[in-house]
Design a protein around this ligand. Structure first.
Ligand code: ZN
Length: 138
């Protein structure tokens, strides 16, 4: 068999198999994204509806991959709310969200070195809140 005919006979099959592999990989990526989103949503609904528990929680990476890249938080003291972009948080992507809570502080009522803690409310696709102080709300 010449190299030429071998190419004709097998080349197409190799190409077809490669395309199927690529397609399957893309399907798998979509499935992971859907699962990440579902998990992030479930956590968000639990937080918003029941106020927790925050554990277990999805990771930063899962939330970003699922398209829910903004974390809504509220100050425990002054009730100021804010949306934080998860992609700007300098933590490994496999950090679960609940681990962030302790390091999040309220910007509005910080006094010197003391800043009151915040709690997490929910996840959103876009920025929903911009450091809104309760006294500024209608
Ligand atoms: Zn505050």
């Amino acid at each position: 068999m010449s190299t030429k005919s071998r190419e004709v006979i097998w080349g197409g099959r190799v190409m077809g198999a490669k395309m199927r592999a690529e397609g399957a990989r893309e399907e798998a990526r979509k499935a992971v994204r859907a699962a990440d989103r579902a998990e992030a949503e479930a956590w968000s609904v639990r937080m918003e509806g029941f106020g927790g528990p925050a554990q277990p929680s999805p990771t930063i990476g899962q939330c970003l991959n699922g398209g829910l890249g903004w974390l809504g938080v509220e100050c425990n003291r002054c009730n100021t709310r804010a949306s934080l972009p998860l992609d700007a948080i300098r933590r490994p992507r496999d950090t679960p969200l609940w681990k962030l809570e302790a390091s999040l502080k309220c910007r509005s009522c910080r006094k010197g070195r003391y800043a009151p803690p915040v709690h997490m409310i929910k996840l959103t696709e876009r920025r929903e809140i911009k450091w809104v102080h309760p006294s500024e709300e209608r």
